[in-house]
Ligand binder design. Structure first.
Ligand code: BTN
Length: 267
């Protein structure tokens, strides 16, 4: 039997789950190094499509680009979902964008605020990061690689470490008037919506998610820097690339971290 961890318990999650596969095989853990790592091990041992690992806390939560994902216990969601769609490596980035739509919609279902998708893998509330996604492949001998989709949502946290406080928020902090969110309900909603958007992605590619993605795109028309490229955010292309434009060049970005920056005086 899975442990019960306050508001995170298997019966409440299953009662709200309307999926075919995601979360139907569910492992609730008190603390792990990283749920993505546990999910990769489960993939190697043959766990099914949709197998989901949830931890109350992570001691070595991983963010993108080798960063740390702060993961204290009792307040937030750390989730990894094993996907066996047979996706190729190039499909990971657009799939993560489609899943980002699911995360943004989940957040909006609990707080009366508009969530924004900060390309390529963050969800923002009020201009601060509230959730992040990290898709990784799990290589297996002789079989199609499984994908592990890791999602961290800051749900009820009211304090961040000083180095995070300026750019991170939680659902609770962004809308203090709302009641504390029940993490089991947020998780069930997340799995329901993620399954919906990922089925669409698997069947039709990014096209079905593009309208919502474009409507929720953070920093649209703002100047950003991404590595050596700098420009105004114009759009997301049909394949999920981010289009920046300066006075001379159109930049098409497939990966990276965006930083808001002032419009250069020469442009
Ligand atoms: C990012 O925005 O940098 C991605 C953050 C991904 C965090 C989640 S929490 C669950 C899963 N396990 C991890 O170690 N990382 C992901």
């Amino acid at each position: 039997m899975s442990p019960s961890m306050g508001d995170l318990d298997e019966d409440s999650i299953q009662a709200e789950l309307h999926t075919d596969a995601l979360g139907r095989s569910l492992q609730l853990l008190t603390e792990v190094a990283s749920t993505n790592e546990v999910a990769k091990q489960a993939a190697e041992q043959g766990a099914p499509h949709g197998h989901t690992i949830v931890a109350d806390a992570q001691s070595q939560g991983r963010g993108s680009h080798g960063r740390v994902w702060s993961s204290p216990g009792g307040t937030d969601l750390y989730v990894s979902i094993l996907l066996r769609f047979g996706l190729k490596a190039v499909q990971l980035a657009p799939m993560t964008l489609a899943a980002g739509v699911a995360v943004a919609e989940t957040v909006e279902a609990f707080v009366p605020l508009q969530a924004a998708i900060k390309w390529p893998n963050d969800v923002w509330l009020q201009g601060k990061k509230c959730a992040g996604l990290l898709a990784e492949t799990s290589s297996q001998k002789g079989t199609t690689n499984a994908v592990v989709l890791g999602i961290g949502i800051n749900v009820n946290r009211t304090h961040f470490e000083p180095e995070l406080a300026t750019h991170a928020t939680s659902m609770r902090l962004a809308h203090p008037a709302s009641a504390t969110c029940n993490r089991s309900l947020v998780l069930a909603q997340l799995l329901n919506r993620t399954e919906h958007w990922l089925k669409l992605y698997n069947d039709h590619g990014l096209e079905p998610a593009l309208g919502t993605l474009r409507a929720k795109l953070a920093l649209k028309d703002s100047w950003v820097r991404c590595g050596a490229a700098q420009g105004r955010i114009i759009d997301v292309a049909n394949d999920g690339a981010l289009i920046l434009q300066d006075s001379r060049t159109v930049h098409t970005l497939y990966a990276g971290t965006l930083e808001a920056c002032p419009k250069p005086t020469c442009d």
